[in-house]
Unconditional design. Structure first.
Lengths: 279, 262
């Protein structure tokens, strides 16, 4: 394992944005049994740090994210957000979902503005700021379109603007670019890094794509195959920023890191497949 | 198929049908009139009857009465359906308690309620409105209930993460979702409002299209019955066109593919 599980990005001076300690999650099954999705997972994300969680399908990556968001309460363990325990919904976090989460009955502009409007910002001001956010994600001409009129990539851009306009201190992302094609993913990745480099929020980014994880993040965390998934690896990505996702994949250091992590991940992926096949 | 060509073919269907009707009720074929005019009337008599109604102006009063009854039935039934649909969807326990009764009343053929409504509310418009309401209410109720129940969980989670309170969820998530379901059944519910009004009139009233048809039937005036049917059909088409326009305006956010009517 390269780097300790508790290490933070720039030593001890940085605050810890997300601290999951010994978190377990169990779901009650229909038959009365108990399914342990995540078992005693420990994970810290420092303020300003970009952490990617990688693991085989169904390993509970998204569950971990939902715990950090406060959408699910853990069965046991502790969740701290900026050193205070999380009791309800995580108000300091923005969440970009894997599935379409835009309001289909609102235009792109209204979708972006809604997070401000519900917080009490006057409509005119909220719309103006939403328009400038649409510009930042490259959609200034698409404000009056409804989600179904936008492409998958454009919807993700609107989603990104919708989350970032509220200026959350923590950004949680659940395979946000999963449904997109390879080129669009790359463009979205660069857009994300570009927006993130402006104010360096703490990011927890779930993906099953190891290349994407390394290219984007400061740290890559590997989870074991479920059930009872745990954090089994924690790798620091020491590639220089700013990065271009397309170019960095040609870097020699990128390849070495990819090979090392893949070596560990491969075994888990095979285990994960065996379990889903058997189920 | 081009639009003009389509319209030409559509008109052709009407022309051929009416011509056939005219020939079969007027001329002898193989030594007999195949459709006796006593039972089938003929297009000219029916047209004359319609013209006479409009020329004398008596039809307007009946159309007006049917229209008012339909509108009242639609509005009252929709309001009730929306309120109860929301209430049940947000209170699963209440919904569970009332579930068998809702199913029971909905399974009842509404026509059997007409005599009761006539007894309670008299022969005026309100007994017809009540009949229409019982039809419209259930369609709207089931759709709103479904709409609130089937809000996408991701959209709901997203709304929560964006900091919405319960009230804001109601306004920005549940309400639009329920409305979209309600509007998807708009054609059905408006149609049923008209059905309620006309059937109610037919069963006992002093005005309306249903009354007109019933009166003609009472004196074996087949031309009058057919004329009433044609006026009613035209009336329904006009209303349906208006509904389509309202629908286009209100549901702009919905994709057009998969846009199917019941």
């Amino acid at each position: 394992m390269a780097g300790g599980a508790t290490a933070t990005a720039q030593g001890n001076t940085q605050a810890t944005a997300i601290a999951l300690s010994e978190v377990s999650v169990a779901f009650r099954l229909g038959g009365g049994g108990l399914y342990t999705a995540v078992e005693r997972a420990t994970l810290n994300v420092a303020d300003g740090e970009f952490v990617a969680i990688v693991g085989p399908t169904g390993c509970g990556k998204s569950t971990l994210l939902n715990i950090a968001a406060g959408l699910i309460a853990p069965s046991s363990g502790r969740v701290d957000i900026f050193d205070s325990p999380l009791a309800a919904l995580n108000r300091q976090a923005g969440y970009l979902f894997q599935a379409d989460a835009l309001f289909p009955w609102k235009t792109a502009l209204e979708n972006v503005a809604i997070g401000l409007e519900t917080a009490g910002t006057p409509t005119v001001e909220a719309r103006a700021r939403a328009q400038s956010w649409l510009m930042r994600v490259g959609l200034s001409a698409f404000g009056d379109r409804y989600p179904h009129m936008l492409s998958g990539g454009q919807r993700k851009r609107v989603g990104l603007a919708q989350v970032l306009i509220r200026d959350p201190k923590i950004l949680l992302m659940d395979e946000p670019f999963g449904p997109l094609d390879a080129q669009t993913r790359q463009i979205m990745g660069n857009l994300l890094l570009d927006l993130w480099s402006g104010d360096r929020k703490a990011v927890l980014f779930v993906t099953h794509d190891l290349e994407e994880a390394i290219a984007l993040s400061d740290r890559v965390v590997i989870m074991s195959a479920g059930p009872a998934a745990r954090v089994i690896g924690d790798w620091r990505v020491k590639l220089a920023r700013p990065r271009d996702i397309g170019e960095i994949k040609l870097d020699h250091a990128f390849h070495e890191l990819h090979r090392d992590i893949w070596h560990m991940l491969k075994a888990e992926v095979i285990k994960g497949y065996a379990q889903t096949e058997g189920a | 198929m081009s639009r003009t060509w389509l319209i030409v073919l559509q008109v052709l269907v009407a022309v051929v049908s009416i011509a056939l009707w005219h020939v079969l009720t007027t001329y002898q074929i193989f030594g007999a009139v195949l459709l006796p005019p006593f039972f089938f009337s003929n297009p000219l008599d029916v047209a004359q009857q319609i013209v006479a109604w409009f020329a004398s102006g008596v039809i307007w009063k009946h159309l007006w009465v049917t229209l008012i009854e339909s509108i009242l039935a639609f509005v009252l039934g929709s309001i009730g359906g929306v309120l109860v649909g929301f209430w049940f969807a947000r209170q699963p326990r209440t919904a569970a308690v009332f579930d068998p009764y809702v199913k029971m009343v909905n399974a009842l053929p509404r026509v059997v309620l007409a005599p009761i409504f006539t007894l309670w509310l008299g022969l005026g418009i309100w007994s017809k409105v009540a009949l229409g309401v019982t039809l419209v209410f259930f369609i709207v109720f089931f759709n709103v209930y479904q709409g609130v129940k089937e809000v996408s969980l991701t959209v709901l989670a997203n709304a929560r993460m964006l900091g919405m309170s319960e009230r804001q969820l109601m306004r920005h998530v549940y309400w639009p979702s329920a409305l979209s379901w309600m509007f998807s059944s708009l054609h059905t519910s408006v149609g049923f409002a008209v059905v309620g009004a006309v059937v109610g009139e037919y069963l006992g009233s002093a005005a309306g299209l249903g009354y007109l048809i019933q009166q003609a039937e009472g004196v074996f005036d087949v031309a009058g019955v057919f004329a009433g049917m044609f006026v009613l059909a035209a009336f329904v088409i006009v209303i349906d066109t208006l509904v389509t326009m309202v629908e286009r305006r209100l549901l702009v956010w919905r994709p057009l593919v998969g846009d199917s009517r019941p």
